[in-house]
Design a protein around this ligand. Structure first.
Ligand code: KG4
Ligand code: ZN
Length: 336
């Protein structure tokens, strides 16, 4: 049977990425052009700069992906592009590139949900993973507990009511002067700190709720820092980082385990940028082992934003019969 090649295009935030997927789960290339160096000067993503940088990067990335894989435009069977959620100007660059490519080469195109992409990243790293399973999706913009019943069938069981998990990492990192993006920096610094040094709150919400709330925890860290500086007391940044991280991880782990216990499902797959967090992976693995639950996480490069996961999700949707046409729009606030 002829091989099927999907080109993924991802420009929802501050990473421009183009990938090529062969058939079901084989990543031939996954090119990522990061904009971190410019955004970190401003302490976070500047949307206007992000779209301009995507515009500069996208065509060279498409050409490089074809060159690296030895494929030509004619070999591509499907273009999968992120349609949302994300920054409107950034999304528009990816969608416009995909439309131009699709129209000029007569290749089918599909608009893909970025959050579904994060879940699908797990299929690329773990060839044996198949639904049903519970997915904990923790990124810079979203925090979801999802029941994945089939490859294109999802049900959101819980989500954040305010800050996303990654957002709280970024905000706390900024408050203790670690810079952007904060997640990897807090992860690293926490290894030198005492996670029991400060008792930050674990916000569980109502007894039966699978929703999350991280803004109170962030405020609590800010109050702690203010009090310390008012009293002219020294702040141990590593202790703050480790104690904050433990509070986030405790909540994510507790809710995931409760959902696994309640549904009886025997597989957990974590994904999104915060899935790169070493402490979160360690704790989830420990708790899953205790319950005889299979635990999956993507390779680090597939945790944060990348086009391979968008190609994977688009391929699954296409095989399920979904198509987009040249009127495809962007959906900055798209849910899962
Ligand atoms: O999924 P992603 O690349 O972008 C969004 O779709 O939002 O996630 C980025 C988020 C940022 O908030 C970043 O600080 C966080 O993931 N992150 C981490 C780690 N690596 C990235 N958070 C905690 N620990 C990490 N090692
Ligand atoms: Zn993302």
């Amino acid at each position: 049977m002829k091989d099927f090649y999907t080109m993924g295009i991802e420009t929802s935030c501050d990473d421009s990425s183009v990938a090529i997927l062969k058939n079901d789960r084989e990543v031939l290339c996954n090119l990522i052009s990061s904009q971190i160096d410019i955004h970190k000067i401003f302490g976070g993503v500047v949307p206007e700069i992000a779209s301009r940088k995507h515009l500069e990067a996208i065509n060279p990335l498409i050409e490089k992906a074809l060159m690296d894989t030895g494929l030509s435009y004619d070999d591509i069977d499907l273009i999968s592009v992120t349609k949302g959620p994300g920054l409107i100007g950034s999304l528009l660059v990816g969608i416009s590139a995909a439309k131009a490519l699709s129209l000029s080469t007569n290749t089918p195109m599909i608009g893909t949900n970025h959050m579904q992409g994060h879940i699908c990243a797990n299929y690329l790293s773990n060839k044996k993973l198949k639904p049903p399973f519970i997915s904990l999706v923790v990124s810079g913009g979203h925090t979801y507990l999802v029941r994945v019943d089939d490859y294109t069938d999802y049900e959101i069981i819980g989500q954040t009511r305010d800050d996303a998990a990654g957002e709280s990492y970024d905000k706390v990192a900024r408050a203790i002067g670690l810079g952007y993006p904060g997640g990897p920096k807090i992860d690293k610094l926490s290894k030198e700190g005492d996670k029991e040094a400060i008792d930050f709150p674990r916000v569980m919400l109502e007894k039966d709720s699978y929703d999350f709330s991280f803004s109170g925890l962030k405020t609590s860290v800010l109050n702690y820092l203010n009090q310390k500086s008012q009293k002219n007391e020294e702040i141990n940044k590593a202790d703050v980082a480790a104690s904050f991280q433990e509070a986030v991880v405790d909540v994510l782990v507790a809710k995931s385990m409760r959902l696994l216990d309640e549904t009886g499902l025997k597989t957990l797959a974590v994904s999104g940028g915060v899935a790169a967090n070493s402490r979160l992976k360690e704790r989830l693995k420990e708790e899953c082992d205790k319950r005889d639950i299979r635990f999956y996480n993507p390779d680090i490069i597939l945790c944060t934003d990348n086009a391979a996961m968008i190609a994977m999700a688009g391929y699954l949707n296409y095989k399920a019969g979904e198509r987009s046409d040249s009127y495809l729009k962007v959906y900055p606030n798209l849910g899962l």
